[in-house]
Design a protein around this ligand. Structure first.
Ligand code: SDX
Length: 390
């Protein structure tokens, strides 16, 4: 019992680490950031405020939030040499490897943000990552569509600046759509942290070697790229498109999944921890209709997604395996309606997850007892044997 939550000893023995940041109850479908239910933060908070909460442990006062916001705005500009970095990639490069490379390269520009045990340097790394990663993400997108990169506008907040850098053009003013800003802010909140998922565990494992924050987050970006993890939101769209193109009823596809045809899975379904409806998916689904209606999203793909969910939630195969929609099932439809290409969906997940990665890395550096450290193994190889004499 930690005073807040009581764990059964079996769970404690298998836990990779302890952490005070995010609490998940997979059976009950509960998710809380620093004790606040995700449903309340989704309704009342902002991505910037949730980022502060995760990183510093409490909701900010208005003055603290404003200072956090101003510090981030002041650090959005990239070093011109780093901007030149994007020229080294092929035009059609997927933005995720571009993002992880550029984030790792930040450690070559900012020697004053590398020491994991110097509070001021950790603070500088925190602000620089929060400020520059969305800019790098937008530049990776612009590079992939052959459009010029704009400079950040510090009169704008993090989400607005990112949207303008992603969709704005030098030749004309960018018209900010409040529906898109609100929808993206919500989706970033929902992705902000999620306990010891694959990418966060990667950030902690790399950081456990006292690697700097940029290097650790860069490793997390690479883990998130995996289609079973953050890459699933892109995979869901491909799956919906495939069903649409086949012209077949969704039941046909579901049969292929149940027959495990060539590893076909129902992407956006299932979860390592949630054996109930992912609370984030519930929130996304509830707003998907409203957002897609306003943004003119692809109703046919949404209808296919809704039908897929309806069929799966009543099918013994999925029920017996406790497979429910996860956060990735609906998000891609919304990102698409916002105007992002599918290659950018996992990048958007990474921007959302950034404060969680930073918070978890900082927690581990402060409390070595929470280091995942060096996992051991069960050896299943050959017993000792001698080299043959010849
Ligand atoms: C994220 O960890 C996190 O917190 C991650 C995340 C975060 O915020 O960081 O929540 C984000 O990664 C969400 C998950 C996104 N991935 C997908 O949507 C990809 C599709 N889902 C799966 O590949 C799978 O569900 C996992 C990997 C997510 C979870 O797998 P589990 O729970 O460990 O289940 P399993 O692989 O042990 O499978 C159990 C059974 C198997 O069938 P049997 O061998 O018993 O017959 O369920 C089947 C699996 O074949 N199964 C699926 C399925 N997921 C599991 N069958 C069809 N479709 C699926 N999606």
């Amino acid at each position: 019992t930690t005073g807040a939550v009581t764990y059964d000893p079996g769970f404690v023995n298998t836990a990779a680490t302890s952490s005070a940041i995010t609490y998940i109850d997979g059976d009950e479908g509960i998710l809380r950031y620093r004790g606040y239910p995700i449903e309340e933060l989704a309704e009342h908070s902002s991505f910037l405020e949730v980022s502060f909460l995760l990183i510093y442990g409490n909701l900010p006062t208005p003055a603290e939030l404003d200072k956090f916001d101003q510090r981030i705005r002041r650090h959005t500009m990239l070093h011109e040499d780093l901007k030149g970095f994007f020229g080294g990639f092929p035009r059609d490069a997927h933005p995720m490897p571009v993002l992880s490379s550029a984030v790792s390269a930040l450690s070559t520009f900012y020697q004053d943000s590398l020491d994991p045990f110097d509070d001021e340097q950790v603070e500088m790394a925190t602000i620089r990552l929060m400020a520059k990663m969305p800019v790098i993400a937008a530049y990776a997108h612009k590079k992939s569509i052959g459009q010029p990169m704009l400079y950040p506008d510090n009169s704008m907040g993090l989400v607005e600046n990112f949207l303008r850098l992603s969709f704005g053009l030098p030749a004309e003013p960018y018209e900010m759509d409040p529906v898109v800003v609100k929808a993206l802010d919500l989706l970033l909140i929902l992705h902000a942290d999620h306990e010891q998922n694959c990418s966060t565990s990667t950030v902690r494992l790399v950081g456990s070697a006292n690697a700097n924050m940029f290097a650790s987050v860069s490793a997390g970006i690479n883990a998130l790229f995996g289609p079973l993890h953050g890459g699933a939101n892109e995979a869901v769209l491909n799956m919906l498109r495939e069903i649409q193109a086949s012209g077949e009823p969704v039941e046909k596809f579901v049969e292929r999944v149940k027959n495990k045809e060539a590893g076909v899975k129902l992407m956006g379904f299932g979860h390592r921890v949630y054996k109930n409806y992912d609370p984030r998916a519930k929130i996304v689904k509830a707003t998907a209709h409203e957002i897609l209606e306003k943004l003119g999203g692809n109703d046919e793909l949404l209808a296919i997604a809704m039908r897929l969910e309806e069929v799966a939630l009543t099918d013994e195969y999925f029920i017996s395996r406790k497979l429910y929609p996860n956060v990735d099932f609906y998000t891609g439809l919304i990102y698409k309606a916002m105007g992002f290409p599918e290659k950018m969906f996992t990048v958007l997940f990474a921007i959302g997850r950034l404060p969680g990665w930073i918070a978890q890395w900082r927690e581990m550096m402060k409390d070595p007892a929470t280091k995942i450290g060096r996992p051991r193994q069960l050896y299943t190889g050959e017993p000792e044997r001698m080299y043959p004499s010849r």
